[in-house]
Design a protein around this ligand. Structure first.
Ligand code: PLP
Length: 408
């Protein structure tokens, strides 16, 4: 009843579960905190050390993590359909790990211009000093093949993109890169690994900020890297060890606990976010809604082809408001917290920084954009909250619109 033939949700619930000992045991994997791993004798210590150096997923020291870490790695590897997973102290650390592991001085990498903006900070503050060149390209244009140079080693992208959820044609882009021996890396944070499977669509590596949907409760910082082959695992393992990346067992436990309920949380985020997106789409103060599950979204056809669902992230552009009014709108919200994260159970709102929008060639608008993370609160309350906040910004009749959206 178990193993590879079980459904994805079943495997997610059981991956890494502890074996029963003497006929009984806990449901959850224990939190194994340690800095030191003890050995029976010096020969056993040496044996572990050598086996680990040869690539085995075992710990000879606390930094490598023990049972809790292994269980999380197993579950995330299964979730992404990969060969092996690595844990990092944050999503950004996971991204930096991949870039540092795979790029050397003189190398060139192509980066979709719509990626999570701090990738550019890694570029400017670290990679440029190492003689590595990142080139940002417009992923909707048809010119990827022309941009690949003899020294291009990596294609890095994120689909849907940060802030505006531009959906990329990953199978097409990955096929072009693969044909030229370029490694393809996808940031899969938006889907939590549940609604989107980059490794099955041509990527070699999937990276996630587990901080978001995997942990799911706004109480952990964490990153994961899942690779599709032993060769890439060896590359990442070497850099992971050299950088000394480690996460605490308590955080590994929290991420694993979050992972167990990922499908049900995401299904609910999707239901609520779809209602909110539909509500926004018919609001006179809204010029445009960014949500790939809406038929009006330019990425809708690709989303239908490659994704099995949509997350709780919804952005919208105001029709007339300026930045001060957009800030006033967000300040007026009662149920949406104001914060830079997302992926937890709660709703959040933030005015997107205009300079970050301008980095995206996809962005053609002029007015402020608000990014919402639609949480697990009652969506009727969330729409009423948005309605009253719109009412503070302009002279609209929010109550009437709200009634139309929820069909009451
Ligand atoms: C798409 C995406 N990737 C990576 C990260 C970085 O994750 P972390 O905040 O855990 O470093 C974020 C954070 O917001 C993100 O939105």
């Amino acid at each position: 009843m178990s193993g590879k033939t079980a459904g994805a949700a079943t495997r997610l619930l059981h991956a890494g579960a502890p074996a029963l000992r003497d006929g009984s045991g806990p449901v959850n994997v224990p939190v194994v905190r340690t800095s030191t791993v003890r050995f029976e004798n010096t020969a056993a210590h040496a044996d572990y050390h050598h086996r680990r150096a040869a690539g085995e997923r075992i710990a000879s020291y606390g930094r490598h993590g023990l049972d809790t870490h292994r269980a999380l790695e197993d579950a995330v590897t299964d979730l992404e359909g990969g060969h092996r997973a690595f844990l990092a102290p944050s999503g950004l650390a996971a991204i930096s790990l991949v870039l540092l592991a795979l790029l050397s001085p003189g190398d060139h990498a192509l980066v979709a211009d719509s990626v999570y903006s701090p990738v550019r900070r890694v570029d400017q503050t670290l990679l440029q000093r190492l003689g590595i060149t990142l080139e940002y390209f417009s992923p909707g244009d048809d010119n990827l093949a022309g941009l690949i140079r003899p020294n291009t080693r990596l294609l890095y992208l994120e689909s849907p993109s940060s802030l505006l959820y531009e959906v990329l044609d990953l199978p097409k882009l990955a096929a072009i890169a693969r044909a030229r021996g370029v490694t393809v890396v996808a940031d899969n944070t938006w889907s939590g690994g549940w609604f989107y499977k980059p490794l099955a669509l041509g990527a070699h590596i999937s990276v996630q900020a587990a901080t978001k949907y995997i942990a799911g409760h706004s109480d952990v910082m964490q990153g994961v890297v899942v690779v599709d082959s032993p060769a890439l695992a060896a590359n990442i393992a070497t850099a992971h060890e050299a950088l000394g990346l480690a996460i605490g067992a308590d955080d590994a436990y929290l991420a694993l606990r979050g992972l167990r309920t990922l499908p049900v949380r995401l299904a609910q985020h999707q239901r609520h976010a779809t209602q909110v997106a539909q509500y926004l789409a018919q609001h006179p103060q809204v010029a445009r809604v960014f949500y790939p599950a809406l038929a009006s979204d330019p990425g809708h056809a690709l989303w239908r082809r490659d994704f099995s669902g949509a997350s709780g992230l919804v952005s919208f552009e105001f029709r007339n408001a300026d930045v001060a009014e957009a800030n006033a709108f967000v300040d007026a919200l009662a149920y949406f917290g104001i914060g830079a994260s997302w992926g937890g159970y709660e709703s959040l709102a933030l005015v997107a920084q205009p300079e970050r929008l301008r980095e995206h060639s996809y962005w053609t608008g002029e007015r402020p954009v608000v990014r919402l993370h639609v949480g697990l609160e009652d969506p009727v309350d969330l729409m009423a909250d948005l309605g009253q906040a719109f009412g503070r910004v302009g002279a609209v009749a929010p109550a009437r619109l709200f009634e139309a959206a929820v069909g009451v």
